[in-house]
Design a protein around this ligand. Sequence first.
Ligand code: NI
Ligand code: MN
Length: 227
Amino acid sequence: MEIKFHGQSCFEISDGGTTVLTDPFLKPNNPIADVTGEEVEATVIAISHGHADHVADLVPVAKRTGAQCVALVELAGWLGEQGIENVSDPNFGGTVTYDWGWIKFVPAWHTNTLPDGTVIGNPAGMLINIGGKTIYHAGDTCLFGDMKLIAERNPVDIAILPIGGHYTMDRHDAVVAAQFIGADTVIPMHFNTFPPIETDAGAFKADVEGAGAGSVVVLEPGESFRA
Ligand code: NI
Ligand code: MN
């Protein structure tokens, strides 16, 4: 199983012939991304919410790859209106199963609009089970206590957490999130893309590891973690 970072909240999570792409936001829309929408693979695209920094490249990548798009029901409905035919529309608590694993949507404390500003249901975090590992991609969220419950019910191997602050929890609250979740590996996201979310990922790593809350793997866009 391999997790490749492309900046902001976009990862290619691959095992065997399957690739789960999260929150596609790529060159030139994303100033720190390493690739364009033409250069990613996807079997399934999992989308946390509708803000532009999570969906800017979604429609063309979905149409080119034919990947199934998985999102909460309201956002999934909008994807259908964009001409994407292969859509799965769970809500919180539902599990979408595949022959390679499963995806389950969990709460996130944030807001949710489409790129045109239309309010579109709730934002989400995503549990992705692939290659025998469970990954918690927290989406855009502040710190909240039910992260403990999420991880108690679905033991998490790898937690992918926003640390940039301003639009999400900052690196200090993300240390507590890592403690709540208890994953062996923590990967930071949603930082250093724009000035408001610049932060010190090395300090986050030191703080999490100092607290005994897992090993932090800081990925630059284009870098991968294998587990
Ligand atoms: Ni957002
Ligand atoms: Mn965001």
